[in-house]
Design a protein around this ligand. Structure first.
Ligand code: ZN
Ligand code: ZN
Length: 377
């Protein structure tokens, strides 16, 4: 049977599938929600029933309540919702993150949630899913956003940590507690010194370990093993909200760094008041967005959140039918997103005044910064 209507439409409560009568990552309470991943702007409280990837279960129950009505699927497993065929496929964003494939009446739509193409070893790598309509984020949809390789990133972080350790100074790395922190832990060279995690990070580490993801041993500041001497060589991983808090006092004269896609933009690091910015994001960079869109095979692309007008214009100039949905998704690092935009506007202004020069690449480093617990700020 043919169905010519749209399989996903923008509804005041969220992205809605009319024939299936379910929502994807709704922002208002609904009867049935399909959840792409556990970040706070996608997985909210109050829905009647939840459907998510099995590796999201622990995080969802911790964040939304142990008693939520949750059905889980493995990647590629299919469920029928009101006659609509629904399956989840790896998005490569954080543990358990999924693209939602919807098939009905001869059409296939994919809602990708948040995704990235770079494989970081802490979640199942992104897999392109062929479809007629692809719904994409566009958090970093500007040509300036290009991530360093995993190798370059960790060479930088390890060198910084080693240098601080040799000088007897604690290294504090601020990173979003769910996803970013575990990716950093997985990639750093744990032989440099002990690693101590903030109380907001450690429960997420446990969720990753429970799924078989290898993370180095981590301590809490309150552990007996943590002494003044330990701290001198230690790497502390803490959410951005810990910056400037009393919790930081114990580290004395420390060096700090911020791990975020927004760090690619000059000014983000200064505004955060940290010594170092490391460019690392759980979202696709500009080439990554283009690669994912191309690999979907879709002719029609619907852009949800981020640099929406830029992405839509680019799509329409390059042969796609680009549209947008207005949503209430943030990026986990919304404050930095707004600030980075302002910086870029300033830089454009400066450049226009000075000459017709292109904004230099090093001025435009951005990496996603994150909030403490994934709630939108
Ligand atoms: Zn996310
Ligand atoms: Zn998001």
């Amino acid at each position: 049977m043919k169905y010519s209507g749209d399989l996903v439409v923008a509804h005041p409560s969220g992205l809605y599938c009319p024939p299936g009568n379910f929502f994807i990552d709704p922002w208002r309470p609904v009867d049935r929600a399909v959840i792409t991943h556990g970040h706070g702007d996608h997985a909210r409280r109050g829905h009647g029933a939840y459907l998510a990837h099995v590796q999201s279960a622990r995080v969802l129950r911790t964040r939304l309540g142990a008693d939520i009505d949750l059905q889980t699927l493995a990647y590629g497993e299919t469920v029928m919702l009101n006659g609509v065929r629904v399956s989840l496929h790896p998005a490569g964003h954080v543990l358990g993150s999924a693209q939602v494939r919807i098939e009905y009446g001869g059409q296939v739509w994919v809602a990708s949630g948040d995704y990235k193409l770079q494989h970081d070893g802490t979640c199942t790598p992104f897999e392109p899913v062929r479809c007629d309509v692809f719904i994409t984020e566009s958090t970093f949809a500007l040509p300036i956003y290009r991530w360093p390789t995993q190798h370059e990133l960790f060479a930088d972080i390890n060198a910084w940590w080693s240098r601080n350790a040799e000088a007897g100074q604690t290294s504090v790395l601020f990173a979003y507690a769910f996803g970013k922190a575990q990716r950093l832990l997985h990639g750093v060279d744990a032989s440099i010194g002990p690693i101590i995690c903030h109380g907001a990070v450690e429960p997420l580490n446990e969720a990753y370990r429970a799924e078989g993801i290898t993370l180095p041993p981590t301590l809490r500041v309150t552990d007996a093993a943590v002494t003044k001497d330990t701290l001198k060589r230690a790497l502390i991983v803490a959410p951005p909200s810990a910056a400037g808090s009393l919790w930081m006092r114990r580290f004395g004269d420390y060096r700090d760094g911020f791990a975020s896609g927004w760090m690619q933009v000059r000014g983000s690091r200064r505004r955060r008041g940290v010594d170092r910015g490391f460019v690392v994001s759980d979202h696709a960079d500009w080439p990554g967005l283009q690669a994912a869109i191309t690999a979907s095979g879709a002719e029609r692309i619907i852009v949800t959140h981020g640099s929406v007008p830029v992405m839509v214009r680019w799509l329409n100039e390059h042969g796609w039918n680009g549209q947008s949905f207005s949503t209430e998704y943030g990026d986990e690092e919304g404050v930095d997103a707004a600030a980075a935009e302002a910086d870029l506007a300033d830089q454009k202004q400066d450049n226009t005044n000075a000459s017709d020069a292109i904004v230099p690449q090093d001025a435009l480093d951005d990496n996603a910064s994150t909030s403490a617990d994934g709630e939108r700020q």
